[in-house]
Design a protein around this ligand. Structure first.
Ligand SMILES: Nc1ncnc2c1ncn2[C@@H]1O[C@H](COP(=O)(O)OP(=O)(O)OP(=O)(O)O)[C@@H](O)[C@H]1O
Ligand code: SF4
Ligand SMILES: [Mg+2]
Length: 332
């Protein structure tokens, strides 16, 4: 892999799932293209059902029965979609660390923090127990848990949500991965704890040069942490660009609508809600999936899916991107 090559590269990823009961093929992702470089934070943003988690599960090759993928997912230049099950397992075990929204759901309540951090790497043969313990304590320090030796003996119920999420981060780091995927990892935390965890994640990017794929529905949070923002709607990428461009001068009507619908940080009231409800890829009919909610929609939007194309600095899927950008730019 050359220095400029992406660490992770998704190209035209398609995902569908055949319902095991009805045999109906349900489309989930269409033509998802994105990349992450070493040391880059990429945020994937979108409302519920837009396909954020399914994108990460496609990367992890942890998909439900009946899932079919096509396109390409390359990691360090290697194609993941055609890897053997054994290589996929080894990719999951050593190259990528996953952090989920609810740490309590992913940690055995009967295990101590030490068991949780150490057992996996010891049983996979990656490290001796002694080395794994030393590493876990050192890494607990790295994420701001100074009394690691004591914490290793505690059970999950003895730790706050914020501390437990840091333990999850340490677990994700045990094999020194090149990529960390955080799926709504801070959503359940209150605002100050969320900021602490974000600082930890950013620190890891700076100190270790890991790439971070950060999944959130919160565009403000995405803009505060990410280098690149990928906005998804109904299983497609609708806008992708530098965090600054996407946040400060959005080009897709959906991105602009997400920005307008942010809650006011002090009152938590939403300034404006997006009309209608989000739809999934399965519900989308012909044309642009956002058309029913879009103030800019014209006839062609209902008949032709807008291709992703470069508009100014970002990649955007909208027939009217130039006009939208000009109008929104004027408004902002
Ligand atoms: N096991 C499954 N079988 C069939 N469809 C599924 C399955 N899991 C998820 N889906 C569908 O895939 C689509 C994308 O779901 P996904 O979980 O990726 O959304 P998301 O963007 O992560 O949403 P959220 O913000 O709620 O986590 C949704 O329409 C969802 O209903
Ligand atoms: S393609 Fe049409 S409906 Fe879709 S976002 Fe652009 S203007 Fe709106
Ligand atoms: Mg999700």
């Amino acid at each position: 892999m050359s220095a400029h090559e992406a660490l992770l590269e998704l190209k035209g990823l398609q995902l569908s799932i055949t319902d095991q009961r009805t045999r109906r093929v349900v489309p989930i992702l269409h033509d998802v293209t994105l990349e992450a470089h070493q040391g880059e934070v990429v945020a994937i943003v979108g409302e519920s059902g837009s396909g954020k988690s399914m994108t990460t599960r496609s990367i992890m090759r942890l998909l439900p029965n009946g899932a079919r993928t096509s396109g390409s997912i390359r990691f360090q230049g290697r194609e993941l979609l055609t890897q053997s099950a054994k290589d996929q397992a080894s990719f999951r075990a050593s190259s990528v660390g996953m952090i989920y929204q609810d740490p309590r759901a992913h940690i055995n309540s009967l295990w101590t923090v030490g068991d949780f951090l150490v057992e996996g790497v010891v049983s996979s043969g990656a490290m001796s127990r002694r080395d794994a313990r030393a590493r876990a304590v050192r890494q607990l320090g790295e994420v701001g848990i100074a009394d690691g030796e004591r914490r290793m003996l505690q059970y999950p119920y003895q730790l706050s949500g914020g501390l437990l999420q840091r333990v999850m981060i340490v677990a994700a780091l045990m094999t020194d991965p090149d990529l960390i995927i955080a799926d709504e990892a801070t959503t359940a935390l209150d605002v100050t704890v969320q900021a602490d965890v974000m600082r930890v994640l950013r620190g890891l990017r700076d100190s270790r040069g890991v790439a971070l794929l950060f999944i959130t529905h919160d565009l403000d949070l995405a803009s505060s942490v990410a280098d690149t923002i990928v906005v998804m709607y109904a299983g497609r990428v609708v806008e992708r660009g530098s965090a600054r461009n996407v946040y400060e001068s959005p080009t897709h009507p959906y991105t602009a609508a997400l920005l307008r619908s942010r809650p006011n940080p002090t009152s938590r009231e939403r300034l404006e809600s997006i009309p209608g409800r989000p739809i999934s890829a399965a519900e989308a009919t012909t044309g642009c999936a956002f058309a029913d909610r879009c103030q800019f929609a014209v006839d062609v939007c209902r008949t032709e899916v807008p291709p992703v194309r470069k508009v100014f600095e970002s990649d955007v899927a909208c027939h009217r991107a130039e006009e939208v950008h000009a109008q929104l730019g004027g408004a902002r």
